[in-house]
Write a protein that binds this ligand. Sequence first.
Ligand code: AHG
Length: 339
Amino acid sequence: MAINRKIQTLDEFTIQQMRNFPQATGELSGLLRDMGLAAKRVHVEVNKAGLVDILGDAGTMNVQGEEVKKLDVFANNQFMGVLQHGISCAGIGSEELDDIVVFDDEVSNQSKYVCLFDPLDGSSNIDVNVSIGTIFSVFRRVSELGKPATKADFLQAGNKQVAAGYVIYGSSTMLVYATRRGVNGFTLDQSIGEFTLSHPDIQCPDTGKIYSVNHGNFFQYEEKVKEYINACQRKNKDNGGPYTQRYIGSMVADVHRNLIKGGIFMYPGTTDKPKGKLRLLYECNPFAFIVEKAGGKATNGKQRILDIEPTEIHQRTPMFIGSKLMMEELESFTQQATK
Ligand code: AHG
């Protein structure tokens, strides 16, 4: 068997990137490697999810006599733990926690970055063996180095992100991250326990045939959004329609598929929840950064996601994200003057 491809692990890749930038301090590379380490630990637990009857349900004792934590709490503790004990992160914000956590020790106060994450997105899908994920976003601090991080470090517009990524725990486990230099994907090779570069320089196809939206909410969407969804279902020789509807209900899986194959994902506001469901800082900003770096677009229907100035850490926003031409088609509906 001819093997002519050099395997490059996540660690080797981040170190290689650093070598190309001799002025880099290695802090961001270290942070990304920390995220990879936590992701491997979460991968192991996610894969045990179906064994819950054997190993014990959340809140009970497992066979070692340890309390079994809910997976999203476990994931939160893993990501927070690696960052707190690493040397690159001054504090975190998590979808699981009410407020930011500032690490406030000598090393952390010197760290340049803060990280926001959703430790286990789509967690309602765990029980039914559907793909779930982790999403993260990294900002350079705006507060003074040497002092504890402040809320202002976390409340920055998405266009200030220095890196963002996600992990998908699916038929294989993948970590995808973006920096200003592009988007790269790593698949967990379980035989060596390492994320290895499998999807270098990911580019989102300019167009596709998939639209992803919760159709159950259709009658609660704005008229222009409904018109666009109706158009997705019509025959259209210019855009290759009708499109195919695919919606997993796990944003990481839905956006990952559309990033690779081309497509559009939408979580619009509804009459009940005008701001939709998704969180700007933990879900929308990181995906907007990744998809834009891969050549796609992301808006809230009126404004680029990355230009929204956040005012609170758990704020929500409508979200439309995907292939460039499909997003422009959507905008031809949403940006029409109201009749
Ligand atoms: P949760 O983590 O509570 O399962 O939420 C998942 C998020 C996101 O991943 C997904 O796209 C969306 O919620 C699905 O929401 P609907 O069920 O309302 O469509």
